[in-house]
Design a protein around this ligand. Structure first.
Ligand SMILES: Cc1cc2nc3c(=O)[nH]c(=O)nc-3n(C[C@H](O)[C@H](O)[C@H](O)COP(=O)(O)OP(=O)(O)OC[C@H]3O[C@@H](n4cnc5c(N)ncnc54)[C@H](O)[C@@H]3O)c2cc1C
Length: 383
């Protein structure tokens, strides 16, 4: 296994040992938020590592965040409860005004404020972001927001939300994504004053929601960057998001592979360990090879990102390959456990459900393939 950030990984593993499978199983049953886990990470400063030191964070590079998230998953925890707290602030950091950064970043770094809700996806347009319908209309010193978002994860556990909304109508001939703007919504002020949050129960415990805007007033000073350029700002944060999710998938794959190897060595059937059968070994060995290959692509994407490049292809490939590797490892792990793969107390079925998400979110496998086909290989556009 890669030995980068060894001390940091050890520290994460120690913290995670306070949150064993039993903790996650109970939350999974009641579909509850891992408040204690997120608080422990916040108190230890792990969620603010990407915030520059001048704003109270650790000012570490993206590779440190990747190591943190990978290790959480490899220890059997679930970073989905809080990973957005790490990278969502990047939009504010890169495109916010000096006043906005001073107002929010130090409190995000200290954990006094949570910015971990990100409202882009809508029910009627899905992946076609340019077709989104939520509007933010200027009225005096406010924007008045109307519309609906779906899959806005962690909205119930966040103080702030980054919202992508249309501030000017789609014009014939203009790019579909023109006229979209990013607005920082203070959820504490908004709840009950034009904002309603409705949880969506999902196959895994994910604290995701639908969010409804009904004439919600947000101060115009909460606009991030220039009006109408929001899609570009959101895109600029997506490489970081994809690389970090890919690192989580590598961590998941490591967890499944460790579990598989241990169980295959212990389970005796026909008077020998099941792991002595090549039919049992090969799926795990293949998953291991694919996990290692995807980890190299994560490293390559990180290297380019930290060199100031725009590694769209590598970030997408890392996400694609790592999500495939984690699901392959998950499937092998269920199979190796036989009937016990379906029993809650082994945690395998829970992690299997959790890692399945990354074939779909934050971007689905098909959309990555079409990006590679069209933008990297120059094939004809399909949509
Ligand atoms: C648990 C969860 C948490 C999420 N959290 C957030 C969040 O915090 N914030 C947020 O904004 N969004 C979030 N999302 C939304 C997520 O990013 C979307 O679900 C994802 O991008 C897919 O969009 P969709 O569900 O609308 O699928 P659709 O766009 O409707 O696509 C459905 C299927 O069709 C395929 N498809 C669509 N168009 C094409 C095409 N042209 N070619 C080939 N295949 C195609 C897709 O690959 C997909 O498999 C979350 C989703 C889930 C499930």
């Amino acid at each position: 296994m890669r030995n980068d950030y060894a001390e940091l990984r050890d520290a994460i593993a120690r913290l995670c040992s306070d949150f064993p499978g039993k903790y996650w199983r109970e939350l999974d049953r009641s579909k509850s938020y891992p408040t204690e886990f997120v608080q422990a990470l916040t108190d230890a400063g792990w969620l603010s590592v990407l915030i520059p030191e001048e704003f109270g964070g650790a000012g570490l590079p993206l590779s440190a965040a990747a190591a943190i998230l990978e290790e959480m998953q490899a220890q059997g925890c679930n970073a989905a409860a809080c990973h957005a707290q790490m990278y969502t602030m990047g939009t504010l950091l890169r495109h916010g005004s000096a006043e906005q950064k001073q107002e929010y970043l130090p409190r995000i770094a200290s954990g006094a404020l949570r910015l971990q809700a990100f409202g882009v996806t809508e029910p009627t347009n899905g992946t076609d972001t340019g077709a989104l319908k939520t509007t933010a209309t200027r009225d005096g010193d406010d924007f008045v927001i109307n519309g609906q978002k779906i899959w806005t994860s962690r909205a119930e556990h966040s103080d702030l939300m980054l919202l992508l909304a249309r501030t000017s109508p789609r014009e014939a001939g203009a790019k579909k994504t023109a006229g979209l703007s990013v607005i920082l919504v203070d959820l504490r002020d908004a709840l009950g004053h034009g904002l309603t949050i409705r949880p969506i129960r999902t196959m895994m415990n994910h604290a995701t929601t639908e969010v409804f805007f009904d004439n919600l007033r947000v101060p115009a000073r909460n606009l991030i960057g220039e009006e109408g350029k929001g899609f570009r700002y959101i895109l600029s944060g997506m490489n970081a998001e994809r690389i970090l999710i890919a690192a989580e998938c590598v961590g998941d794959a490591r967890w499944f592979i460790d579990k598989s190897v241990t169980y295959a060595g212990e389970r005796v059937v026909f008077d020998r360990a099941i792991g002595a059968n090549q039919g049992v070994q090969f799926p795990v060995a293949r998953a291991y090879a694919n996990m290692r290959a995807s980890a190299l692509m994560v490293d390559e994407a990180l290297r380019l990102y930290e060199a100031g490049q725009n590694p769209g292809a590598e970030a997408n490939m890392a996400k694609l390959l790592a999500a495939d590797a984690s699901f392959e490892a998950a499937n092998a792990c269920v199979q190796i456990h036989g009937g016990f793969g379906f029993a809650e107390e082994y945690d395998v079925e829970r992690k299997f459900r959790e890692t399945r998400l990354y074939q779909v979110a934050p971007i689905s496998t098909n959309l990555i393939l079409s990006y590679l086909a069209e933008h990297v290989l120059g094939m004809p556009r399909s949509y």
